[in-house]
Design a protein around this ligand. Structure first.
Ligand code: ZN
Length: 300
């Protein structure tokens, strides 16, 4: 089954629920970054909540989500867009901490710190909102983020099932948000349902689909909207690396040309390797020289 997200409105449009299956994209992240189980679970949860959040915004808005924390995983970052594409990286991919009952100690691995969500609207400046990490278990932290920083009362459920061979058996989750006009009665009912339903990890173990997750929460009191395919996708390119090499400046590029005669860079989101040969570095130096002269003209 391919990863997808299902959107729904519930209780006469006063509640929105987006639920997703992210098994394949989390497994892809595990393969790219050689993740160990607790790192898989931490980054898997962040990738899942990120891609669902991305789908909540319209147009070409890009989201960059950073978890800056003092635990052994040493922070995480994801970027996502409204088209179901997400990528991520983690400070330390090789963390494996678990409790006696074999559940993974994600909260401890993440540690204390804060979440930063940057919205790049591509037309105006970037806008970042921040919230304190509550438990490090990611779901609670984002529920707090939405409620505190975006003033939208929300519930978040996330789960990652890692197999004995460390591969991802199942991954997914949901974001539920209370919209204006929602009655106290509905809120109470939802709180009660959220306490009664199994944890997302249990639902995933039972191979519940996003539709079934939504149905469990609302007990049928919802209307399904569109479905969106989800993918692990990096938007890096040789051109993007060229522009970051240009920022090194003429002198440093000339040094690299003399010393090695080649430049090799790797994208930390997808491990794609980019090589620049002598000719290409010489071209870059010419471009960097042009940039410097233009800068001078602009400042004089
Ligand atoms: Zn990449």
């Amino acid at each position: 089954m391919n990863d997808y997200l299902k959107k729904a409105y519930a209780f006469d449009g006063t509640v929105r629920i987006y639920a997703a299956n992210t098994t394949n994209l989390v497994e892809e992240a595990r393969e790219i970054h050689d993740l160990w189980p607790t790192s898989t679970s931490a980054l898997g949860r962040l990738l899942t909540v990120s891609v669902i959040m991305g789908a909540m915004y319209k147009g070409e808005q890009q989201l960059t989500i950073r978890v800056e924390s003092d635990g052994p995983i040493k922070g995480m970052i994801t970027t996502t867009n409204p088209h179901g594409e997400v990528r991520g990286q983690i400070g330390n991919p090789h963390i494996f901490l678990d409790y006696n009952d074999k559940t993974l100690k994600v909260g401890q691995a993440v540690g204390n710190g804060s979440i930063h969500v940057t919205k790049d609207l591509k037309v105006r400046d970037m806008f970042t909102s921040t919230a304190q990490i509550q438990t490090g278990e990611i779901a609670e932290d984002f529920a707090y983020y939405f409620t505190k920083s975006e003033q939208i009362p929300s519930a978040v459920g996330l789960g990652i099932q890692v197999d004995e061979d460390n591969s991802v058996n199942a991954a997914g989750g949901f974001i539920l948000q209370i919209m204006p006009g929602c009655t106290e009665e509905t809120i109470k009912l939802i709180e009660q349902r959220l306490n009664e339903i199994p944890k997302v990890s249990e639902m995933l173990k039972d191979k519940k689909t996003p539709e079934e997750m939504i149905n469990l929460i609302t007990q049928g009191n919802h209307k399904f909207l569109e479905e969106m395919p989800l993918n692990y996708k990096c938007n890096c390119s040789k051109e993007k690396f060229e522009s970051s090499l240009l920022t090194l400046g003429v002198r440093e590029l000339e040094e690299l040309l003399e010393e090695d005669g080649r430049i090799e860079t790797t994208c930390h989101f997808c491990n794609t390797n980019y090589q620049f040969n002598k000719e290409e570095i010489k071209n870059l130096i010419e471009l960097a020289k042009d940039n410097t002269t233009t800068d001078k003209k602009e400042t004089s």
